[in-house]
Write a protein that binds this ligand. Structure first.
Ligand SMILES: Cc1ncc(COP(=O)(O)O)c(C=O)c1O
Length: 388
């Protein structure tokens, strides 16, 4: 039977990366892959991370398993950073294999609790939201989150899907810096959505991969913490790939807010069982590195300052783009959208022309990585756009 499998559809981004790699133009621009880059185009290891790694390696004496739940300092540190002292007895938590692993475990747990569950997912989104559900055999229902052509958030469509949901269905919401649009819900819209979730018994799963790159770290985390205050039950997945630059170390956490401490105890043991039967223990290195940063005030301060600089760079690039666009309506959303991405209202044919005529590469959706712009790239990009 293994010989009857069809070839899976190629990942759209891999095609863009291959085309970019083959291009010999010295001014080529990679706006595709979603990693943070500095103004020179590099993705260096954060200084606080490097210091923490060195100290960890110097002190490490064993490679024994950590625990099913993961690194204690990592989990308590991330919990304290995000929630302070709140929810102490009603938050189940587990270290996960990146944010992706957290989403996988969260959806798997939800589907065990409710085998008839439907997961509601706003489009466009990070495609893995849909494909994880497909892999798990879980039903999904798409709704419109953002209209790329008009660059507008589809608030009514979000409210409608929740209003029409069954109790114990789940909705995936993005934390700060929506991928791919950069278009976030306002604070008041976020609260309205959560109130609707509570009213209709819908469980929100909040996917936070870009905290610290939106308003600022404190504001971004406050939004996540308040969200969990707002509803009796919810899940929060926090990736450490972007905020700590730990992409390849596969570091993340899943927090599950329960209504009561008893419920929390059951959720804790059940999520550990799900992890045990998926990959067993999480990888140790990234968790240890983040745990050390978050329990050392000096390292914490250094990390926060670096993250703040990353956010400021993204804001600076957005301002440069708006200036260079000279009123081009297609770039208007870039001014107010947040984080690493914006989704331009251009066609796949235009995306192709940007690559073939100007050596500027992005996926066919028109998503651009704001961190992909090096010094001076904004003018060349907007000039190319005006020639389409
Ligand atoms: C919206 C969103 N969620 C989650 C992730 C998960 O990232 P990771 O598995 O690397 O932590 C990403 C990464 O691109 C993302 O964009």
């Amino acid at each position: 039977m293994l010989n009857t499998l069809p070839m899976p559809a190629a990942d759209a981004l891999h095609g863009v990366m291959a085309r970019y790699a083959a291009d010999r133009c010295s001014e080529k621009m990679d706006l595709g892959v979603g990693v943070y880059r500095d103004a020179t185009g590099a993705s260096p290891i954060m200084r606080a991370v490097l210091k923490s790694e060195r100290a960890h390696i110097a002190e490490q004496t064993t490679k024994r398993y950590v625990s099913l739940q993961g690194d204690e300092h990592f989990l308590t540190g991330l919990q304290a950073l995000t929630f302070g002292n709140a929810h102490k007895n009603t938050l189940a938590k587990i270290q996960t294999v990146g944010g992706t692993g957290g989403i996988y475990l969260g959806i798997k747990l939800a589907a065990i609790a409710n085998p008839n569950i439907t997961i509601m997912i706003g489009t466009p989104t990070w495609p893995v939201h849909f494909t994880i559900c497909d892999m798990l055999g879980v039903k999904t229902k798409a709704f419109s989150y953002f209209d790329k052509t008009t660059q507008t958030l589809q608030f009514e469509s979000i409210c409608d899907i929740i209003t029409g949901a069954n109790p114990d269905d789940m909705i995936i919401l993005h934390g700060p810096c929506h991928n791919p649009s950069g278009q976030d819900l306002s604070k008041s819209q976020f609260h309205q959505i959560l109130s609707l979730c509570e009213k209709h018994g819908v469980i929100p799963l909040i996917d936070a991969a870009y905290y610290g790159l939106g308003a600022d770290l404190e504001e971004d985390l406050k939004q996540l913490s308040e969200a969990l205050f707002h509803v009796p039950r919810a899940m929060l997945v926090m990736s450490c790939s972007k905020a700590f630059g730990l992409y390849r170390e596969r570091t993340g956490a899943l927090f599950i807010k329960a209504k009561t401490p008893d419920e929390c105890g059951i959720l804790q043991k059940t999520i550990e069982k799900v992890a045990r039967n998926t990959y067993s223990m999480p990888p140790a290195h990234g968790g240890a590195v983040v745990g050390r940063i978050l329990t050392d005030p000096e390292l914490t301060a250094e990390w926060k300052a670096e993250l703040n600089q990353m956010r400021q760079r993204l804001e600076g690039v957005r301002a440069e783009l708006i200036k260079a666009a000279r009123g081009d309506a297609r770039m208007a959303g870039v001014a107010t959208q947040k984080g690493i991405f914006s989704l331009l209202p251009i066609s796949p044919e235009d995306v192709d022309k940007m690559a073939s005529d100007h050596a500027i590469y992005m996926p066919s959706s028109g998503r651009i990585n704001i961190a992909g712009f090096k010094v001076g790239d904004a003018d060349r990009f907007c000039d190319a756009l005006s020639r389409l």
